[in-house]
Design a protein around this ligand. Structure first.
Ligand SMILES: NC(=O)c1ccc[n+]([C@@H]2O[C@H](COP(=O)([O-])OP(=O)(O)OC[C@H]3O[C@@H](n4cnc5c(N)ncnc54)[C@H](OP(=O)(O)O)[C@@H]3O)[C@@H](O)[C@H]2O)c1
Length: 266
């Protein structure tokens, strides 16, 4: 997703740099292909930069923000990660009004119209103007930092939560020996669910490892609002069991075997 954000900024004429320190070959290849300028240490990245954009696994978002704040960065900081509003507000405590809170909905964008970057905080409207060239569409919310993250949490709570539930139901039906009977009943009364569970397995298997942290951020968000967080703590456990399928395709049966194996992915 970092490449989508960077390409959109580059399309509008911004110079885009990336931090190579600690990153894998896969990230290096993506950044080089996109033509971003490589920086080998945080100091070099920040020197002369007026804005930092953080696009990383949600569990790393706070650490990345602290490193940038500790380096006395004085510019605008956009956190575009799937974190809870409380995490966004903790990041705000590092940057104050210089934080733009972000939340991305949609896949890495190849063309306009597929993917939105919601922004909130006092600088949201100004920063949204930087994305006008697309393909990523920026939407500034007239709301304080935390709102864009809250919106992302609500959106992913349903999409990724429902995916985890559907896969867990298929696994349970298999464990109880009623898989065929369930499919027969679905064919009558819920005709979309058989295909939806097949495509849920295909689309989430390789990425499940990184949904674990996002589900925990969502659970925290529910609990902070006085709502039950258990749905998404369980969804985190479902994705944790799928974590060994990292970065590869897997069909439904392999995903269901993983869910029933009781082995945690880490
Ligand atoms: N992909 C999507 O469709 C999508 C949609 C909406 C929102 N998002 C959000 O966008 C963010 C990134 O997701 P993604 O899909 O781009 O994930 P990704 O493909 O796994 O890429 C994450 C990037 O972060 C780097 N990274 C890993 N650990 C890091 C750390 N400790 N510090 C700094 N960088 C680190 C990774 O580098 P290595 O290669 O070295 O691991 C990689 O370049 C997440 O917050 C996610 O929720 C993604």
């Amino acid at each position: 997703m970092g490449v989508t954000v960077g390409r959109t900024l580059a399309a509008a004429g911004h110079r885009v740099r990336w931090l190579a320190e600690g990153r894998s070959d896969a990230t290096r290849q993506r950044a080089e292909t996109a033509g971003f300028q490589r920086c080998d240490c945080l100091g070099a990245l920040l020197d002369g930069s007026d804005t930092v954009v953080s696009v990383c696994p949600p569990a790393a978002a706070m650490d990345v923000a602290e490193r940038v704040a500790d380096a006395a960065f004085a510019g605008t900081y956009l956190d575009a990660n799937a974190v809870s509003p409380d995490t966004a507000r903790r990041i705000e405590s590092l940057f104050g009004e210089r934080l733009v809170d972000g939340g991305i909905v949609g896949p890495p964008a190849e063309r306009p119209g597929t993917t939105r970057l919601y922004l909130s905080g006092p600088r949201a409207r100004d920063l949204a103007g930087w994305f006008e060239a697309g393909p990523l569409t920026a939407v500034a919310l007239a709301a304080p930092a935390g709102a864009a993250s809250a919106l992302k949490m609500c959106y992913a709570a349903y999409t990724k939560g429902a995916t985890a539930l559907l896969l867990a139901v298929r696994a349970l039906a298999g464990a109880e020996g009623v898989a065929e009977a369930l499919l027969d009943e679905w064919a009558i009364s819920q005709p979309a669910l058989a295909e939806r569970s097949e495509s849920a397995a295909r689309s989430s298997a390789g990425k499940a490892w990184r949904f674990v942290g996002e589900m925990r951020e969502i659970a925290d968000t529910f609990e902070a609002a006085g709502l039950p967080g258990g749905f998404h703590r369980a969804a985190a456990d479902v994705y944790q069991r799928m974590a060994p399928l990292k970065d590869r395709d897997a069909a439904l049966n392999e995903v269901l075997s993983r869910l029933l194996s009781r082995e945690s992915g880490g």
